[in-house]
Design a protein around this ligand. Structure first.
Ligand SMILES: [Zn+2]
Ligand SMILES: [Zn+2]
Length: 309
């Protein structure tokens, strides 16, 4: 299963309806908690999520709305005796902040945390694809993350039938790429890998586009509306329209806008401004929402083959 659970959506301070940030991505066996702001432990409870499946925690930067929940999550990982290592990624320059949050209060510490700070060119292989991090433009060192599954191929039933392939011959094709005179390419179609991108506090910069490129699901900050665009640029944030324009230019499929300033009471204005720029799926994030990674698109080759079959 590949699904995003939104735990919090407020920038800077929580409101009555929005917790500090927090996002859990379940990507098959890879379960990543992004930016646990204050109150994330309780929001996970409300969302029906446990810490046990977590494999990784990714911190974009050490502002409180993205990291004050880390001590609670770490202590819960220890209390619940999570039996596997949990890797933690954060900007390398924020090591002092991480060390303080890691040991914020006294607790019986048996958590197997593996800190893996990120800096330029960071790349890690996960069970769900390659995780990369790129620096963004904010008031302190900030990184966005991207998880990209490798492209593969998938068998097309109509082509298997046309070539008379079944049973052990299919297994042989998958293992060796050939069965008799039939090759894997004859009976399969490209299967583009799925991509997820997470872009928090930043002004517009090239790396926002690099992270978002071709994403099936893009979670991106949308702190301000267009009327406050000048301030957004000054403080290193995006407007809803800018975030949606990134989605359009990058070929994103589902756009999740979040990290809203508490100055706006009516969140439908974010949707209006985003809709003017992007005609794909737009989700205005609310706490405890679940957003599935959109189903894979069949390639045109596969659709044509299926139609012919
Ligand atoms: Zn923030
Ligand atoms: Zn920030």
């Amino acid at each position: 299963m590949r699904e995003l659970t939104i735990l919090g959506t407020a920038s800077q301070v929580p409101t009555r309806h929005r917790n500090h940030n927090g996002y859990q991505l379940r990507w098959d066996d890879e379960v990543i908690l992004f930016d646990p702001g204050e109150g994330t432990q309780r929001q996970m409870l409300q969302a029906g999520l446990a810490v046990t499946p977590l494999t990784r925690i990714c911190i974009t930067h050490f502002h409180g709305d993205h990291s004050l929940g880390l001590p609670g999550i770490i202590q819960r990982i220890s209390l619940d005796k999570v039996p596997h290592p949990v890797r933690v990624h954060f900007p390398a320059g924020g090591q002092d902040y991480f060390d303080r949050l890691r040991h914020a209060t006294s607790f019986y510490d048996i958590a197997d945390l593996r800190p893996e700070p990120v800096s330029g060119g960071f790349r890690a292989e996960t069970s769900g694809g390659t995780l990369t991090a790129l620096p963004l433009r904010h008031s302190i060192e900030t990184y966005g993350y991207r998880l990209a599954e490798a492209d593969g191929r998938r068998m097309v039933p109509a082509l298997l039938e046309a070539y008379g392939m079944s049973g052990p011959a299919v297994g042989e094709l998958q293992r060796t790429g050939r069965s008799g005179t039939v090759t894997l390419d004859d009976v399969s179609a490209p299967r583009p890998g799925q991509k997820f991108a997470f872009v928090m506090d930043t002004g517009l910069c090239d790396n926002v586009f690099a992270l978002a490129e071709g994403a099936d699901l893009l979670v991106i900050e949308s702190t301000f509306l267009a009327a406050d665009a000048e301030m957004a640029a000054q403080v290193g944030h995006l407007t809803a329209g800018q975030a949606a324009s990134v989605a359009r230019q990058s070929g994103v499929r589902t756009l999740v806008l979040t990290h809203f300033s508490q100055r706006y009471a009516d969140s439908t204005r974010f949707l209006d401004e985003a809709r003017a720029e992007f005609d794909g799926d737009i989700v205005i994030a609310e706490d405890l929402m679940r957003v599935p990674v959109p189903p894979r698109l069949g390639s045109s080759h596969e659709r044509a083959a299926t139609a012919r079959g």
